[in-house]
Design a protein around this ligand. Sequence first.
Ligand code: PMP
Length: 407
Amino acid sequence: MPSPSPVPSRSGRGDRRSDFPGLADGWAYLDSAATAQKPGVVIDAIARAYGPEYATVHRGVYARSATMTERFEAARQTVATFINARSPSEVVFVRGATEAINLVANSWGNSLEAGDRILLSALEHHSNIVPWQLLRDRTGIEIDVAPLTADHRIDEDALEALLTPRTKLVAIAHVSNVLGSVADVTRIAAAAHSVGARLLVDGCQAAPRIAIDVQASGADFYVFSGHKLYGPTGIGVLWARSDILDAMPPWQGGGSMIETVTFERTTYAPAPQRFEAGTPHIVGAIGLAAAIDYVNTIGLGTIDAHERALATQAREGLRQINSVRLFGPENSAGIVSFALDGVHPHDIGTILDESGVAIRAGHHCAQPLMTVLGVPATARASFAVYNGSDDVDRLLDGMRRVTRIFG
Ligand code: PMP
């Protein structure tokens, strides 16, 4: 197959790598599913926001704070537009996907009762498992798990068969962080709604590569982290339909989330402020908006196609190497997991690192999925806008070296 060329940059230098200071040393960084490198425009926006523009939001009577408040709320609008939310008031800023799911479990989830059911899938990240187990311990709900197809996608037929009138929530990953499998969110939403359940979508790995339309998708909750979308750490998004968000009680109390406070009684601000107790991650939100602007200049469709071509190149190359086992569907987003018989993925990762190739080795916070795959861990290469076919070549060279070393 023809090697995919790097995504062209506006600078005309032929690829996007030069936009990313973290890659200036020629690193073949293939761990973007863990966290993405940051483009200079994001780093600059953060530096400006912490420098000449810095002030608090929502309180200051001075001009700089008013300006900062406008920028913070403009960031919320940028997120809302990015996911096609009806209104920025449906966008809650949180620390990341993990906090977003914990928020839903601790607020919306508290209305569930013993005997109610939550349906997950076998490929979920721990952050879409453990908060529901904690809720189970508090409320006595039951957790069901949809199995995977032979090529490691969520088995949507089996998922539908597991729905019951007691199922109150279906919570699934849009894109698997281990396998790149893409779920049919619209189908799952319709199935969930047919029994009166809500759908929560973990969009951590989808947000950097698949255009999200929360309205068309039918999802009720959609969560993602900024740092996988070329933005800063410590900022993420919970989107929920406004009728759902408006009915949810606060989960953390403090400043900024109230209307009036007396020792007898406190009234709460409307969403999203009701869910944003304390001084928010002001600069994080601004950095996230800069990251979304950056991604929009390229287009998610272009990024996804580029990454899929790299994933195909990687899979085809890995298949030529004896004893390599590939996991996940052929038609995956830009994430490829593999194992080499008789070699621990950590050893693969260490040897690749010696030649400047960074992959992830481990259970990827998806231990139940490792059980399904029948391995304790996998090696994972994940692609982003700044990778090129030369990075895949270096991965494959490194893998041939691993096989030589281990005979
Ligand atoms: N879900 C998925 C699919 C992920 O890949 C991750 C991060 N690896 C998370 C949830 C958790 O994201 P965070 O650690 O940023 O909260």
